[in-house]
Write a protein that binds this ligand. Structure first.
Ligand SMILES: [Zn+2]
Length: 318
């Protein structure tokens, strides 16, 4: 089973990531969150990090965070773009603009594709991960009623957009996200056709998923420009779902995606725990091809012995 490790730390502290120790422990890839406002000033640090990781034998995946506030919302990234371009923001039912750009806004799409192309060009990586791109949705409050979304609704269904999130409207939001993901994947592949593009939907069990536009895994798995999906367990930080539930999620997945879709599993866990070790053993036995580990703590110069042993155990499981 291949192992990827998700890194969420600031670019200035990347020097402390024990790349060689990770590679020696059998880790296959590192996934680096690239925060929009940080990468603006510190792209050379990310570039140097990618070079060191490759030299250690690791694959590198870039996870753009922010970029109009649309990506990695759980990380609360800031976005100078939405501050500077308020007219691109999503609009809620009361007409308020929220701090997240609209995936149907042409000016935003143009800036986003150009920024991601630059990232692909600057940093020598193996691929990109699109983390939770979605519309705003919180306790029944939703977006987007901007002129572009209204226009898209009118041309598809006729009439004005309803005040409630109807099935048509939910479908339109899903289609909008699938279209955006196709556009940006095509854009970075235009820079380098070898770049893999993976999508990480919002962690949510399929029953009762949050309708933020990335909940339709079947539609997303059919996006031609995407190479696969990374689904996450547990379904939220506030749940007390046991980690072992990842196995049931994995077994249920074929019912939710197109046949033949490359699926990876992201586990949010404490690597030092017994529970993590046991779950990883079961997942490896279930032929999960690759796993992405998201650790609550930033990785520092010395990998704890228990973590090393765990990574090695997983990597050695065929
Ligand atoms: Zn809109």
């Amino acid at each position: 089973m291949r192992v990827g490790v998700m890194l969420s730390q600031s670019l200035v502290s990347l020097d402390h990531v024990p790349l060689q120790a990770l590679a020696d422990a059998g880790v296959w890839a590192v996934l680096l969150r690239c925060f929009e406002d940080e990468i603006r000033w510190r792209a050379p640090s990310a570039e140097a990090f990618a070079r060191s990781a490759a030299a250690a034998g690791l694959r590198v995946f870039l996870v753009p965070a922010g970029y109009g506030g649309l990506f990695s919302p759980e990380q609360h990234p800031t976005s100078l773009f939405v501050q500077a371009h308020p007219a691109t923001r999503q609009v809620d039912l009361r007409g308020r603009r929220i701090a997240r750009a609209c995936p149907n806004n042409p000016a935003y799409i143009e800036w986003l594709t150009s920024s991601l192309r630059t990232l692909a060009w600057l940093i020598d990586a193996d691929g990109f991960v699109w983390e939770e791109p979605g519309f705003y949705y919180n306790r029944g409050l939703w977006t987007c009623r901007c002129p572009y979304c209204q226009g898209r609704y009118a041309s598809q269904f006729g009439g004005t957009m309803p005040a409630e999130l109807s099935p048509q409207l939910a479908g339109l939001r899903q289609r909008s996200i699938a279209d955006l993901v196709a556009i940006i994947s095509g854009a970075v592949k235009g820079v380098d056709s070898r770049l893999a593009c993976l999508l990480m939907p919002t962690p949510a069990p399929q029953s009762g998923a949050i309708p933020n536009g990335n909940e339709n895994w079947r539609q997303l798995s059919a996006v031609e420009e995407l190479d696969g999906l990374i689904v996450s367990w547990p379904p939220g930080t506030a749940t007390d779902e046991p980690l072992s539930g990842a196995l049931s999620l994995w077994e249920d997945l074929p019912a939710w995606v197109e046949h033949g879709t490359l699926m990876l599993l992201r586990l949010l866990c404490n690597l030092g725990s017994e529970e993590a070790a046991l779950t990883l053993r079961h997942l490896a036995a279930a032929d999960v091809p690759a796993i992405v580990l998201e650790c609550p703590e930033p990785l520092t110069a010395d990998l704890p012995r228990g973590v090393k042993a765990l990574l090695r155990m997983v990597a050695e499981t065929a």
